[in-house]
Ligand binder design. Structure first.
Ligand code: 3PG
Length: 395
């Protein structure tokens, strides 16, 4: 695919798809990571004489105007990151958008209203895509985290204008390729989280690609059940036991070693600092629940990391939101961070809770790459083609 370097942007209006779907509380952006990460793209477009017009969605208004989902809410955070005022158009298409674009001069940045206020966005309606495309001369997609959506602003528009990947899109794709596309081996993956059922495709794909798969969190309980181990009151999907056995068998066939907890931390209540015990994995009392992996498991995971050259991480290993059940997640994350700092490991992490867990462990700055994507990261780990990326590649 093309990058900004391949494009002539001088004097052109550059329709720039970004992900401004940031967390907001009481009218304030509470985490501006996604906003900060698109700055290199906006600056590089400006440096090449282009005028960035930002296209983005916010939340899920389902094709109609919902005032509480206006993108206006992100303007102060965007202006703070950019260090300049940002113009705003109350519509993403039509008269108001055209007039706002006509008023632009070099150096300006314009943000268009939430593309999901229009039904044509999620329907990937060619007419809506054409209305967006009519506003500019070049399209840059910097929203890897929305690339799993085949929407007008992520996919349809890329067919209508000269298109290129933005800097964040480039960085995400490069990191993901280094982790699973053409990785340095051995490759280890950590997959945690509550449910096997939501990560079936992901596990199925990973066992064909990685050398070691560490399974943690509630998902691991389902695998223990599949091996005939009682897990008491733990979160487990008993109806997924057959599926879990199939995954174990397939992993063996494809040379992927699966690592399950060998010891567990159990408690009778799900609350911070609940009284707890560390036990062998097959010794969960009937009235207790597994809330974390134990120290022996942590030591084994550390050995796996020591033997690996590449690590890909999605999902916490225990109930990381409440101490002390964040211990396994923190200790293994710190181990990965240390190996990365020493240049021994390439570490890539992404998806929902993962980034929160690594931030909490205080190590996200030490990982080689932390994706800004939630759902898109998962779909990519499932081995699926992302329509927003494919549309750039085809050009
Ligand atoms: C995200 O927040 O992960 C992306 O912006 C995609 O949002 P969506 O899940 O509402 O499509």
């Amino acid at each position: 695919f093309n990058t900004i370097d391949d494009m002539d942007l001088d004097g052109k209006v550059v329709l720039t798809r970004v992900d401004l779907n940031v967390p907001v509380d009481a009218g304030q952006v509470t985490d501006a990571t996604r906003i900060e990460k698109i700055m290199p793209t906006i600056r590089d477009i400006q440096e090449k004489g282009g005028i960035p017009v930002l296209l983005a969605h916010f939340d899920r208004p389902k094709g109609k105007r919902v005032d509480s989902m206006s993108l206006k809410v992100v303007i102060p955070a965007l202006e703070a990151a950019l260090g300049q005022p940002v113009k705003f158009a109350e519509e993403a298409i039509g008269g108001p958008a055209k007039r706002a674009v006509a008023d632009l001069a070099k150096g300006d940045v314009l943000l268009l209203e939430n593309t999901r206020f229009y039904p044509g966005e999620e329907e990937n309606d060619p007419t809506f895509a054409a209305s967006l495309a009519a506003l500019g001369q070049v399209y840059v997609n910097d929203a890897f985290s929305a690339a799993h959506r085949a929407h007008a602003s992520t996919e349809g528009i890329a067919r209508l204008l000269p298109a290129a990947a933005g800097r964040l899109m480039e960085a995400e794709l490069k990191a993901l390729d280094a982790a699973l596309g053409a990785p340095q081996r051995p490759v280890a993956a950590v997959v945690g989280g509550a449910k096997v059922s939501t990560k079936l495709d992901l596990l199925g794909n990973l066992i064909t690609k990685v050398d070691h798969l560490v399974i943690g969190g509630g998902m691991a309980n389902t695998f223990l059940v599949a091996q005939g181990i009682e897990v008491g009151k733990s979160l487990a999907e008993r109806d997924m036991a057959d599926t879990a056995r199939e995954i174990l068998a397939k992993a063996q066939d494809s040379g992927c070693t699966i690592h399950l907890p060998v010891d567990i931390v159990v408690a009778r209540e799900f609350k911070a600092n609940a009284e707890n015990q560390t036990l062998p994995a097959d010794a969960c009392p009937a009235d207790a629940m597994i809330l974390d992996a134990g120290p022996e498991t942590v030591a084994r995971i550390a050995e796996v990391f020591d033997s690996a050259r590449t690590l890909i991480w999605n999902g916490p290993l225990g109930a990381f939101e409440i101490a002390p059940f964040d211990a396994a997640t923190n200790a293994t994350a710190q181990k990965a961070a240390e190996l990365t700092r020493d240049g021994k490991l390439i570490s890539v992490a992404g998806g929902g809770d993962t980034v929160a867990a690594l931030n909490k462990a205080g190590v996200s700055g030490d990982f080689t790459f932390i994706s800004t994507a939630g759902g898109a990261f998962l779909e990519w780990m499932e081995g699926k083609e992302l329509p927003g990326v494919a549309a750039l590649e085809k050009r």
